[in-house]
Design a protein around this ligand. Structure first.
Ligand code: FAD
Length: 352
């Protein structure tokens, strides 16, 4: 059976909800299709100790402030899930759960969205599928031969299961630093980073990141030189647990090893370490497999966009994912503006 609507939003995490908020405000009929059984997007699956890197008010979607979490300056992931669940209820967003979108096809004046529970035909599609379902692992020699446990950020839950084990954490970004800090003191930890860890100044948290993204967006909007955001200052937000572990000397970092062996890793200088587990905190790629048949141009796994609109398919918008769909678009507070722009462009397309 094929159903019809003006716009289909694929993905019901924060980005999909922000799109729904603005589509609803503009009176555009739409549906939000989400693969998961419950609200909250990727926040349902993070490790137990994860806290946001910004206070609640700096982690809000359009229209509704995230309330503060009692006793926490930086809310935890459970608080974000509750906020998102409340958000979609409050704005009566038309989310259908447990629906997997397998493909999007061109169909004359429409786009046809193929799902495991029937097709939808729509004049516009917003893709907001995030990156969590596409963990990235680098091709390091020996990775297949290594006999210990290998997992990615997405599978890590808590230090308890690694107590007393020799664990190598790979990655110098926020996930790597936070998971290394989580394990320090419980596991026999080796933290490996491609370049020496670059901490942002201790007084900088997500608020400053967002301010920098705003300054960047304003510069770009005004045709001024790209300010490049805050990336030049460092990679790691020194959230309290990371700062504490670092200051206690528990987070020394070693350079990247050159290969894995059946029982550990070897560095270019010939030194080696045995390991019971290797945790790859090596990032994500955008989940865009559903666009395969549209043959959209792009590079590095991205789709070429102007703002949020796909260059090769003007009825298609991409939201979240990373800065390439709008400065800070892959953050709670940053996705509101690109979501608004996408909804406005869809309204124009529909002649509203
Ligand atoms: P997701 O939350 O991943 O939601 C996408 C939804 O689409 C999911 O429900 C998924 O199941 C569904 N989906 C995917 N493919 C399909 C399909 N084919 N069909 C149907 N449904 C599909 N941001 C901040 O603002 N503050 C922070 O402190 C912060 N910390 C972060 C910490 C970590 C470890 C990570 C990884 C990210 C962090 N972010 C933070 C960034 C960002 O806010 C999150 O990644 C956020 O989850 C992205 O939301 P999203 O809606 O774009 O994607």
């Amino acid at each position: 059976m094929t159903q019809h609507t003006d716009a289909v939003v694929i993905g019901g995490g924060q980005s999909g909800l922000a799109a729904g908020y603005h589509l609803r405000r503009l009176g555009i009929e739409h549906v939000i299709l989400d693969a998961q059984a419950a609200p909250g997007g990727a926040w349902q699956h993070t490790w137990d100790s994860l806290h946001l890197f910004s206070p609640a008010a700096y982690s809000s979607l359009p229209g509704r402030f995230m309330p503060a979490q009692e006793g926490e300056v930086y809310p935890d992931a459970g608080h974000v899930v509750s906020y998102l669940a409340d958000y979609e209820k409050r704005y009566e967003l038309p989310v259908q759960r447990g629906v997997w979108v397998s493909a999007v096809h061109r169909d004359g004046d429409f786009l046809r969205v193929e799902t495991d529970s029937g097709d939808w035909r729509a004049r516009a599609v917003v893709s907001a599928t995030g990156t969590w379902t596409r963990p990235f692992l680098p091709a390091v020699p020996g990775r297949r031969e290594y006999a210990g446990r290998q997992l990615h950020t997405v599978q890590y839950r808590s230090p308890a299961e690694f107590a007393g084990q020799r664990v190598i954490v790979v990655g110098g970004g926020n996930s790597g630093a936070q998971i290394a800090a989580d394990l320090a003191g419980t596991a026999d930890l080796t933290w490996v980073t491609q370049r020496p860890p670059r901490y942002l100044p201790d007084d900088i948290d997500g608020r400053a990141l967002f301010d920098a993204a705003t300054a960047r967006r304003q510069a770009l909007d005004a045709g001024r030189t790209d300010t490049g955001g805050i990336a030049s200052l460092g990679d790691i937000v020194a959230v309290p647990p990371v700062r504490a572990a670092r200051d206690a000397g528990l987070l020394p970092a070693r350079p990247m090893f050159s290969s894995l062996t059946p029982d550990g890793v070897v560095w270019p200088d010939g030194t080696s370490a045995q390991a019971d587990a290797v945790i790859w905190c090596t990032g994500f790629r955008p989940a865009l497999a559903h666009f395969a048949s549209l043959r959209l141009r792009g590079s590095r796994g991205h789709v070429a966009t102007v703002g949020t609109r796909a260059v090769d398919e003007p009825r298609l918008h991409l939201l979240g994912y990373g800065d390439w769909t709008g400065p800070a678009s892959a953050t709670l507070i940053g996705v509101g503006r690109p979501a608004r722009d996408a909804a406005r462009e869809i309204a124009e397309l529909l002649g509203r």
